[in-house]
Design a protein around this ligand. Structure first.
Ligand SMILES: *Cc1c(COP(=O)(O)O)cnc(C)c1O
Length: 499
């Protein structure tokens, strides 16, 4: 039988996808198309366009897990069709999440009896976890103020200016004023003394970060706790602490077990951690743990009766996948304390290799700390001719994705490059990266003009810029360049995904 041309063309099971008409028609971008296309063609076309995304394993910008064992991938695939919220139907999945909550609460030294259930919940990530923790603090504070007959309409929260954007979201969405402790030229985390100074009767909590997103540094939660205990005693207030341990929560317990940052400190009432960062699960899971039942106001909890037991829920959304919860449980039992410690030790070792290699070039200042999150944040010692944004841009050509960014106020004239060391970043890759950074530096040295300086005065000649750069103070010039770069980078970002 001879098929008509049209019939044979649409039959991709007979013809190669690349011999079909689907590879020469443009895909809809705004409106759904009228007709179906064969599954093989749909797969091929989408798969091929996605090739132009960066390679996740080389995405050194992200803390989020990009590799898991194939056995865990299998469990994930087997549960992609399970809605987490159907607790009646999937009681085992619910049980696994509760076990994870218990294990993590113990890891954070929650004051619990041997078989006492911990108070906490699995979330989509630290962002949801922080919204929930923030809401609990806000409600507790409001309840107390109401009981005292005092105004309860102007809550605030004290953080460092280095907080992750989710805190700004929390503040805006839930109408809490964000009071930020400014950074300094050489100090990139929250100063506990300044934070405590900013606390007033309307402060719902002070949020400390275990592992600043900007340079991985652990904030001094112990000092914050001690200073706040003093202040609470003086004022009669009861200001608590939340620890945003998005990245550090799965590092400190293994590498710095003696560091007191968690529920060992009396004012720490809740902690969040990203399961998808050093909890070693793919994107989509976080955890929030409360010190005790008293720290989570009952009116925020919804109770679902499942199989006769009481299943309290406190989340922002309803349906979500189950895979990540199951994957987290896999990692906790598969690796155990020993496995997590070994992985974190390897990350720290490889971080040191990278740091050492960068220092040996003689061209960088390291602004991260050896005992924080395993990452290297570094600045060029001299970025007048060429700066960190150019280094980042040129590394892209080797496949590496290394972000460059400016610090928040008052350290905004400092630009850094940041490489996050994840489980799957081996020593070989660290050494290769150093090698490629050297190549980039060499190439930049041979380039005469500094494009940032050029941009800074709207495209006038490069030579004049060099004069401009030397006439002004370093600080002033750097600020100016930073502003222009920010604009340039924003424009570039807007172009992403647009053709
Ligand atoms: C990543 C991060 C967050 C946000 O976490 P998600 O899990 O991505 O929602 C919040 N705070 C800090 C300190 C982080 O590093």
């Amino acid at each position: 039988m001879v098929l008509s041309k049209a019939a044979s063309e649409s039959d991709v099971s007979v013809h190669s996808t690349f011999a079909s008409r689907y590879v020469r028609t443009s895909l809809p971008r705004f409106k759904m198309s009228e007709n179906s296309i064969p599954k093989e063609a749909a797969y091929q076309i989408i798969n091929d366009e996605l090739m132009l995304d960066g390679n996740p394993r080389l995405n050194l910008a992200s803390f989020v897990t990009t590799w898991m064992e194939p056995e865990c991938d299998k469990l994930i695939m087997a549960s992609v069709n399970k809605n987490y919220v159907d607790m009646d139907e999937y009681p085992v999945t619910t049980e696994l999440q509760n076990r994870c909550v218990n294990m993590i609460a113990h890891l954070f030294n929650a004051p619990l009896g041997e078989s006492e259930a911990a108070v906490g919940v699995g979330t989509v990530g630290s962002s949801e976890a922080i919204m929930l923790a923030g809401l609990a603090f806000k409600r507790k504070w409001q309840n107390r103020r109401k009981a005292e007959g005092k105004p309860w309409d102007k809550p605030n929260i004290v953080t460092g200016a280095n907080v992750q954007v989710c805190w700004e979201k929390f503040a805006r969405y839930f109408e809490v004023e964000l009071k930020e402790v400014k950074l300094r030229e050489d100090y990139f985390v929250m100063d506990p003394a300044k934070a405590v100074e900013m606390v007033d009767e309307n402060t719902i909590c002070v949020a400390a970060i275990l592992g600043s997103t900007l340079n991985g540094e652990f904030e001094d939660v112990k000092l914050l706790n001690d200073l706040l205990v003093e202040k609470n005693k003086e004022t009669g207030w009861d200001t608590p602490i939340h620890v945003d341990a998005a990245s550090g929560g799965f590092i400190a317990p293994f590498l710095n077990p003696e560091l007191e940052w968690d529920f060992r400190l009396p004012l720490v009432k809740s902690i969040n951690v990203s399961g998808h960062k050093y909890g070693l699960v793919y994107a989509g899971i976080g955890w929030v743990i409360w010190r005790s039942k008293e720290d989570l106001p009952e009116e925020l909890i919804f109770h679902i009766n499942y199989l006769g037991a009481d299943q309290p829920t406190f989340t922002l959304n309803f349906s979500k996948g189950s895979s990540q919860v199951i994957a987290q449980y896999y990692q906790l039992i598969r690796l155990g304390f020993e496995g997590y410690r070994n992985i974190m030790e390897n990350c720290r070792e490889n971080m040191l290799v990278l740091k050492d290699g960068l220092e040996k070039t003689g061209r960088f200042n390291i602004v991260s700390k050896d005992d924080g999150v395993p990452l290297v944040a570094f600045s060029l010692k001299d970025n007048r001719r060429h700066d960190e944004f150019e280094v980042s841009d040129m590394l892209r050509r080797f496949g590496w994705i290394v972000p460059a960014y400016t610090m928040p106020p008052d350290a905004q004239h400092v630009t850094v490059l940041r490489v996050v060391i994840r489980e799957d970043f081996s020593r070989t890759l660290a050494e290769r990266l150093v090698c490629d950074i050297k190549k980039v530096l060499h190439e930049l040295d041979t380039l005469p003009a500094k494009i940032t300086a050029k941009l800074a005065i709207n495209g006038e000649e490069a030579d004049k810029n060099v004069t401009l750069v030397t006439k002004k103070s370093d600080l002033e010039t750097q600020r100016e360049i930073t502003t222009v770069w920010r604009k340039f980078v924003m424009e570039k970002k807007k172009m992403n995904g647009v053709c």
